[in-house]
Every structure is written in structure tokens, then in C-alpha cells.
Design a binder for this molecule. Sequence first.
Ligand SMILES: Cc1ncc(COP(=O)(O)O)c(C=O)c1O
Length: 445
Amino acid sequence: MSDFIRPNVTTSIPGEKSRSIVEMDNDYGITATKVFPVAIKKGKGIVLEDEDGNVFYDFTSGVGVCNTGHCHPHVVEAIKNQTEQLMHFAGTDYYYKSQSRLMERMAKKAPGTNKKRVFFTNSGTESVEAAIKLSRYYSKRPQFLSFIGAFHGRTMGSLSLTASRAVHKEGFQPTMPGVEHVPYAYCYRCPYNLAYPSCNMECVKQIENWYLKKVLSPYDVAAFFVEPIQGEGGYIVPPKEFLPMIKEMCEKYGILYVSDEIQAGFGRTGEFFACENWNIVPDIITCAKGMGSGLPIGCMIADEKLDYPHPGCHSNTFGGNPVCCESSYATLDVIENENLMVNAKNLGQYMNDALHDIQKRHPIIGDVRGLGLMQAIEIVKDPKTKEIDPVSRDQICDEMLQLGMITIDCGPSSIRFIPPLVINKEEMAIALEIIEKAVTKVENH
Ligand SMILES: Cc1ncc(COP(=O)(O)O)c(C=O)c1O
């Protein structure tokens, strides 16, 4: 595949070769969350090619993972080199350089002046589980706060914090006890029917003056889990005062602030950690997805004061796998050396402006929101009533696929656009054309 190509779909989807793979998967896989019947064979940069030779732009980054683009040569080389030397040696029990130097680099990248410590995991949900355990152990408090609309994972602890779609929990109750959910600052659909900024941040005041006075005592709360931008819940960017006010409230009551950077982190919003957009210094940060450019690695970064007092409290087998660590180290090199955060900021703004222009021509787009290369549109039946329109949303995603752009939904009626951060302006312009074409077709249907 060359460096710059246009999307090109020449078969029906799935094409013949893809179909047999899709059928095999459908026959033998446990039902999960499949979006489209495309079987991808290879990828380079933002471009994916399926088994039938159809070429797509990836506007999902493999759901927030391939921030450096598919198969970045520097990352591939690092993985190859490490594979020839050492593929595994229980990093929580023993020592090796690829793990130690990544720990140091991640600890030093985290915001704030206090020293940080790092625990490596294999996925986002495991990073969140690590944060649940550490914050409960340190604070000796039993309860947790998280937001309605939040997504923190699907294992029992993180699932308890998740509240973005009821189907995630349906049939799995009871989850971990001790979690209360409070409304997020979703200004397009304000839970209090107010308008920013005249609302005076009523949503934060309600948490402190209502929930923490009536529902649970703040002195029982170990940690508040916060997505700086709600991801799966709908790509909801809070107003600028929101996160600093939540942090201030946490400090007042000794509640640990956990910034879940699993989707918004690793440069995607234009800052390395999304919380840095609001100058927040979290007590704990959880990472995964974009950390390894595709290899499974995550981490929890915690203020040193929270560290366990003795060995044995928490550990795992595969955390800090040397190949994954090298992939992650090389990912950091690429983000820094290729100025990907600057690109995310600039092209993110370009995309946001262009989406607002498209919105003016297409009332089916109720809202445009995002930060950096974490952008979304919310599809509505009528911009005045704001009635959600998941059917049209799904049709737009299907149309974009036929036109050669792979996307993924979020929230009840939104589409997220999260291309690899290596995308250039020419590719972005083509993607924007596809978006408008798809919206136009569905709107005129
Ligand atoms: C903010 C956030 N936290 C946690 C997770 C869970 O990550 P994983 O799917 O790797 O377990 C996700 C996944 O989408 C996420 O977006």
C-alpha cells in the first residue's frame, strides 16, 4: 500500500473472501459487539484493506488504539527486535529493562510535581480494576462515584462504574456494591434543563449539595472515576469549569480523583493526557488502548503516596510484557518525534469547524462536539425537539462504509470520528466529503 491513497470500495460488503471469514466468526465466536461485516487484511497509516481488496479510511483507530497509525515502521521494528530477544518474563516478579524504562517514562509524563508509580496491565478494564483496588486499599473507604454515561470497562468492578447503556449490565447484576452514579455535564441535553453558562454549573452543585448530603457521605467515598471526555457514552466534552470543580470537590472531602484516560489519552485531544487540557493533576490515571499501537498494554499511574505498603497486595502475570513495553516505548517516540499532538490539535480543530459547516447544511446533525481528534456528531430527528435518531445514525455509518470510511457509533445517537493521529489534511478533507455525502443521502431518503 502506498502512503497516500483514496478509499476505494469495489465489491459489495462483505465481498466474497471477507464473507467466509465473517461466517466463520459468526459460527464460532461468542456474541460480542460486532459493528460491520468487513474482514480486514492489512493496514498502513489511516488506511485499511479488506480481504477483497477494498480500501477504507479508518476513522476508529481500531477503537482508539492505533493512534500512531496502522503498523508504524518504528513501532514494528521495536516489536520485531524485542521478539527476537525476550518475549515474556513475568514483569511483576522479575526485572528487565524494557519494563523499567517504560515505567520511568510514563511516571515522568504524568502531570504534577509529586513522584508517580506505575503498574502495567493488559487492558483498559484491568487498569480500572487496579485503580479500584488501590484507592480502596489506600483510603480505607468503601464507596465510589462515577458518572451516568460513563464507560470504564466490563469486568465486575469496572462494570459497576460503567453506566452508558443498560444492556452492559442487564443479566449480570449484582455488580460490585458501593458505586453511586451522578449526572455528567452533558450540556446539549442538560440533565437539569439549564443552559451553559447561565446554569452556573448547577450540575456540580447538585453532586455536592444533593447526592453527597442525601445519598452517600463523601467521607465514605474512596475515589471518583472521571472520563475527561465521555467516550462510549457519546463523546461529551464538559464545559471548562466542570472538571476543575469536580477535582476541587474531591480535594475538599479527601476523595481520590481517578482520570480514566483509556480512550481520551495518548495525545488524542492534543495534550498527552486529556486531563491536561484543564490543568488537572489526578491522584490516579488509567491508560490502555493507544498505549501500545495495537499490542495489549495498559497501566495505572498513581501518586507515590498511594503505593501499597508491602508486596503481595496486587499483581498479575502478563503486565509489563517486554514486547508490549517496547511497542509502547516506540509509540511514545512516534507521538513525540512526529508532533502528533500538534497534528491532533490542528486537524481536530479543522475537522470540528468543517463539521459545524456541514451541520449548517444538514439539520439532522443536532450537535457537533469534540477536542483534538476525538470528534463526534449527534443525529436527531429534529434540531428543535432534539429527538434522537439511532436509525438514521446507523444508516449514515453504513453509507460511510460503502463510501470507504469505517466509523463507530457512541451514545444513543452519535457517531465518533477518531482517526489515527498521523492523518494529514488531504485525507481529512476526503473524509469530510464522505461524511457529508453519507449524511445527505440518509437525510434525503
Ligand atoms: C474510558 C474507557 N475506560 C475503560 C475502557 C475499557 O477498556 P478495555 O476494553 O480495554 O477493557 C474503555 C473501552 O472502551 C474506555 O473507553
